[in-house]
Ligand binder design. Sequence first.
Ligand code: GH3
Ligand code: MG
Ligand code: MG
Length: 375
Amino acid sequence: MIDRLSRIEDSLGELEPGYRRQYLKQDIKQTILFGLTWLALNLLFIFTDSLLYGSGPLWKTALQLRLTLFLSTLVGLLFLSRVKHPPVYDWLTLLMICSAYVQVFALNHLQPLSQYAGLDYLIVLGIYLLVPIRLRFRLISSFAFSLANIAIYSIYFFNQSTPLSLSQLIVIISSYLLTNGLGVWSSSQIYSHRRQQYESQTRAMELRKDLIQNALFDQLTGVANRRHFFQVAEEEFGRFTRYNRTFSLLMLDLDHFKAVNDQFGHPVGDKVLKELADTILRNKRDSDLFGRLGGEEFALLLPETNLSGATEIAVRLRRACHTLGVPGHMAIRVTVSIGVTQVRSEDSSFDDVLSRVDETLYRAKNNGRDRVEVA
Ligand code: GH3
Ligand code: MG
Ligand code: MG
């Protein structure tokens, strides 16, 4: 039954651990606040105990119980403030709740029909509403506490040693059951709402990430798409004209790629493109931008790099492509031709740099492919 009841509270499935982690700090803070209020109440009750029990042995027992309760809660709260994982928070808080319930139970029944019993409903409701450990944990501890109290009151009633009437017993039993029912229902409403909020936030963030990914990056290879590459390149050209910061540009084109498509099929050709992109990404610096200009033509933008630095990189990339392999198609040998250039003072726009590197690449093709040409 507890299993079925605890399913009242939604689970976000795969998102649930993330949800719990995101709210962990807030949950701990809320539980600590609840615990501190609880500690303050216990201090107050030390005085009301003396009104109830005078200064006899019952008062001493009550005092001992209150102090144990005070100290154990305090230690628990101290540990709680350092917790970093939701399951640890759940179990530690459950332990604190159980030990508090045991001591409250003992205090409640120090003498039959003590004045404190009415407070139980508040404690139970407070735990349901303000301590956001898993519902199953709140349910088990509060239900066990309520059942133990119901059992004691039933014993009073059947013993006839205390003036507890049947109607009073019925009120007590229904109050405990009602409090638990209300606690489960209202707390699951609150925390389901919080879960829904988290879910829609997370979905919106994922959607945003997908949109950005699709707008800026090429779907097949994952590198910058033509538009994104040109945007960054124009900015780089702006830095060159304003602050005289140099940059170089590499243009790469696969050699005889049509033959790969013809011989192995278009899907294998796609795999070659992906492998090529991965190879370049592995071999470039973080500050360089690699993009697919279209088809099997790629470009690498190298900020703060002069012609000789860019040529070195081009030679390294050309060699790296020799080791490129497509899983399942080891017979495919890939070579690339690369054109290299550096931005010059006579360039009036990025297009000038681009057409120069394009001509250089064309020269690399004409001079036999699998080579680097520099302009
Ligand atoms: P070259 O050495 O002169 O560059 O010869 P090439 O065959 O590589 O050049 P060409 O421009 O004649 O052919 C490019 C080929 O690239 C033709 C086209 O089918 C193929 N291609 C373009 N985009 C894609 C793609 O996204 N996937 C695949 N598999 N092939 C593509
Ligand atoms: Mg080609
Ligand atoms: Mg081409």
